[in-house]
Design a protein around this ligand. Structure first.
Ligand code: ATP
Ligand code: MG
Length: 327
């Protein structure tokens, strides 16, 4: 069984996009191999963040992982910063990725677009180096991610190829796994933009109350076409709502179109809200219980112990390969 790896940055409150594009898939695959699901707190430092916010968001993501159904007996849930090998390996691997390819990364271009060059932290630029280290440390072949992270996984693949060509078979080749539907949930208020937790208008947050979720979905941007039809170019808002519904119910776009033929957007949005609430409501309760139970720190400690075991072995393998290990 292949190892599985993925992470989420504690940069803000988790969104419906994080749930559909990432967490839901983690739960699905947790019995198919050993999973390493970390909270990417080092990555969260690539943009300004308050220390307390970083700390609180990190625990919060762990609690949501558990509430969503991840079993800490099977999946290793841990903080990236609890495993020093991530940082150590990144320092080595940075020598096998190049300025040109890093500057072509969409995430870097997006996140630095409005910043002055003097204000762009190096960590934002070298983000894919640390991400490549995250991936290869656990010999994981399967990397379940949303669409926006595929480019980074591809870069990690290039790096593995480059490294293994130079030093012999040392690193395991990873592959991104992207859900057929829901790998890129768009913002409800601007369906041309990805829903993102670091965006203040991040739209639906997993922590939102049922009433707030319903209100946000009912006021989602649609169009004048007045028909429930999948067409990303002409009807991005409606298509996004269809994607949300499809990914949570398994219904195809054709089925949804048929179901809402002749009906208005009001009816359709009400149905989408029902589906989202039915999915999220039960685990919101579990989330509250988990936070109260104080279980999160225990789970993170257990996860870090196992992660350190595997990661330190990979690090030694790389150190030996490049000639750094003398013991
Ligand atoms: P940030 O704004 O800080 O980049 P984010 O919401 O983009 O936050 P990440 O921590 O960057 O979240 O990504 C965590 C996981 O969630 C990744 O696998 C990413 O591909 C996935 N993801 C993020 N946004 C979406 C989205 N809108 N639709 C589907 N998947 C998403
Ligand atoms: Mg992101």
């Amino acid at each position: 069984m292949d190892n599985i790896l993925s992470g989420i940055k504690p940069t803000g409150q988790l969104t419906l996009g994080n749930y559909i594009g990432a967490i839901k898939n983690f739960v699905k695959v947790q019995n198919e191999g050993e999973s390493f699901l970390f909270i990417a707190d080092l990555h969260a430092l690539t943009l300004p963040i308050e220390p307390q916010t970083l700390h609180d968001n990190s625990r919060d993501i762990a609690a949501f992982y558990l509430a969503a159904g991840l079993n800490p007996e099977k999946a290793n849930i841990f903080l990236q910063s609890d495993v020093a090998a991530h940082s150590e390996l990144a320092i080595i691997l940075q020598n096998y990725l190049y300025m040109g390819e890093l500057s072509r990364m969409t995430q870097f271009k997006d996140k630095s677009a409005k910043m002055k060059e003097e204000a762009i932290g190096l960590g934002l630029f070298t983000y894919p180096v640390l991400m490549a280290a995250d991936i290869v440390l656990y010999d994981s072949k399967r990397i379940p991610v949303g669409e926006d992270q595929v480019q980074h996984v591809e870069l990690a693949r290039d790096l593995v190829k480059r490294f293994n060509n130079r030093y012999g078979e040392t690193l395991v080749m990873p592959k991104a796994e992207v859900a057929k539907v829901g790998a890129r949930i768009m913002s409800l208020s601007d369906p041309t933009k990805k829903m993102s937790k670091s965006d203040p208008k991040g739209d639906v947050y997993l922590k939102d109350s049922v009433d707030v979720i319903r209100k946000k979905i009912m006021s989602a941007v649609t169009d004048m076409e007045a028909k429930v039809h999948y067409d990303v170019e002409k009807q991005p808002g409606v298509s996004n709502l269809m994607t949300i519904m499809s990914s949570l119910t398994g219904k195809s776009f054709e089925q949804i179109e048929k179901e809402f033929e002749g009906k208005g957007y009001g009816d359709f949005k009400r149905a989408v809200a029902d589906v989202v609430i039915a999915e999220l409501a039960p685990f919101k309760e579990r989330y509250e219980q988990i936070v109260k139970s104080g279980k999160v720190d225990e789970v993170l400690a257990k996860g870090a112990k196992r992660a350190n075991e595997i990661a330190s072995k990979t690090l030694v393998r790389v150190q030996k390969a490049v000639g750094l290990y003398h013991k």
